[in-house]
Design a protein around this ligand. Sequence first.
Ligand code: MG
Length: 255
Amino acid sequence: MTKYARYEAHGETAYGVVEGDTVRQLTGPPYEVHEVTDHIHALSDVKLLSPVVPSKVVAIGLNYKSHLGDRATPKVPEPFFKTPSSVIGPGESVVIPRDAIAEGVKVQPEAELSLVIGKRCKGATKANALSYVLGYTCGNDISARDWQGNDLQWWRAKSSDTFTPLGPFIVTDLDPGNLHLIGRINGKVVQDQVTSDLLYDVPTIIEFVSRVMTLEPGDVIMTGTPGAPGDIHEGDVMEIEVEGIGVLRNPVTTE
Ligand code: MG
């Protein structure tokens, strides 16, 4: 099991391997050819960033029974996109756009097990899908509900700037089918599920998406959210926790 981070130290951005409460610098992203250096920082001395810079973020909708409400179970996985420009790291503020404030749009967090692709992937099968995965991280699929319901596309509902917090680490060799997933707002648990409840599991999602679309190293797939998370407002603090990975914490502010 390896834990990767991306961080800023002394004004420079680097990737590293987390060892206890320190991080050891790599010469490049963990999904590219790299060397392990002897350059070590205390984790408390660096600013953690999104652990990955994806070329695309694929997110799966309606993938837990507890989130469906009165909607039917999808017959196949239901992917949509979040833009790379909406990705932020641990500790960064989610900024509710001024138009959402003006229109009284409801904004909600979504706790999601998220995976990072480790090698170029096209035409994966369920049997070999996990061999394309570098590891797993916590994702928060911030959603502006009224825009999601009323716009033709989910472009701003799901991809307004700051709407895709990821982190704090990428952890390898987890069983994605059996992880505890928790969402909190201001310390109160609002989502609590295990990933064995996913309607479409990680291998099925990778097979389905990669039938038609090449997944590149560093790309992220967010696997869907359970239950009914509450609304967020300026001053709130959201936490997404996935067993074995850690806690992704982001405050909420307004534009
Ligand atoms: Mg979602």
